[in-house]
Design a protein around this ligand. Structure first.
Ligand code: FA5
Length: 326
């Protein structure tokens, strides 16, 4: 029995010494000290010994047990210490590297194009005053034209809305500046409406405005056509349709041709028009002296067209498998 105990002790110490991880050490501990472990087996054998032998062997077993407990505790500590020690010679853990979202990549590209046309870039708040979002743009309070943009409201603050378009920049940026001026704004907008492959309730728009003397629809359509040529190449196909927006007169919509899943179709890209004289007056500009054009395009749709994305909702659902492709 003494011989068996000394073998058990030596084997145990060796197993503890060579354990290479905390998990492995735990397995060794269970194997030695668990309910069906080697120790329990030794204790069982103790009961089979004669009364005379029992105290001496019992003492030996306790000694072996203490030795093993101590060795386990020491080995555990070395793992613990290793974990908390900074070893400057070990290679570092590489942080996971991400990249910017396709909407961000694209807005940087678009901004470059508008800058090359001499346009400034402005920003406005997403939580906007009702006045800038609606009233200044000729959407009077309680007027049916407000039905065009259902939005999200703020409890207890009837003067604030989540902006429904980036056209807010027209009033915000023109108000404190003197024409002639040209600028664009890219940003998030919100609408309380059903979503589908081409509509989201949170999406991105790019608005632009140019105010000068003697501006015409030809300037507007020409500017947008050159812009789309720069984005998609000289043979890009555009078409315009008459449309209504309370803040322009006349108003148009512009579509771009795209081929998706083998089918060629028109995709509505933007609303635009000549700035309404009522808006000029809200901006404290004399409509007899100054005029201009404004446009507001669905930015996500540009991104969709460029990358051949068939569902706008992919751009906002945070699915990494999708985003990693860009
Ligand atoms: C407007 O938002 C006007 N502010 C545009 C404008 C600006 C007109 C300046 C005249 C002068 P509209 O609601 O049509 O218009 O939206 C403009 C573009 O945003 C659309 O052509 C479309 O490309 C995109 N868009 C509109 N609603 C959604 C939506 N729910 N999800 C994704 N894109 C949308």
């Amino acid at each position: 029995m003494e011989h068996d105990l000394s073998i058990l002790r030596d084997d145990s110490l060796e197993a503890i010494r060579v354990a290479r991880s905390e998990a492995e050490l735990e397995r060794v501990e269970t194997d030695l000290l668990g309910r069906n472990g080697k120790f329990a087996a030794a204790m069982k054998r103790l009961s089979a010994l004669s009364r005379d032998e029992r105290p001496r062997i019992g003492k030996l077993i306790q000694e072996v047990r203490r030795t093993i407990d101590q060795a386990l505790a020491d080995r555990k500590r070395t793992f613990g210490t290793h974990r908390h020690t900074f070893d400057p010679t070990l290679p570092g853990e590489r942080p996971v590297r991400g990249h910017v979202h396709p909407i961000t990549t694209y807005s940087r590209r678009i901004i470059e194009v508008w800058r090359s046309f001499g346009y400034d870039v402005h920003e406005g708040p997403e939580l906007e005053e009702d006045w800038y979002n609606f009233e200044a743009l000729n959407f009077p309070k309680d007027h049916p034209t407000r039905d065009m943009h259902d939005t999200f409201f703020i409890k207890g603050r009837p003067d604030l809305v989540l902006r429904t378009h980036t056209s807010t920049v027209q009033a915000r940026s023109v108000f404190h500046r003197k024409p002639p001026l040209k600028f664009v704004e890219i940003g998030r907008v919100y609408r309380h409406e059903a979503t589908d492959a081409k509509h989201e309730s949170t999406f991105t728009q790019c608005d632009g405005i140019a105010i000068d003397r003697h501006m015409t629809m030809a300037h507007l359509v020409g500017t947008l056509h050159v812009f789309f040529k720069r984005m998609f190449g000289d043979d890009v196909k555009i078409r315009t349709r008459p449309s209504y927006f309370p803040f322009v007169e006349p108003g148009i919509e512009m579509d771009l041709q795209w081929t998706i899943n083998g089918k060629t179709e028109w995709l509505e890209m933007l609303g635009a028009g000549m700035i309404h004289p009522n808006v000029m007056k809200s901006l404290k500009l004399d409509p007899k002296k100054w005029n201009g054009f404004a446009f507001g395009m669905g930015f996500d749709r540009l991104v969709m067209l460029s990358y051949g994305i068939t569902d706008i909702r992919m751009l906002y659902n945070g699915n990494l498998d999708f985003l990693k492709q860009f």
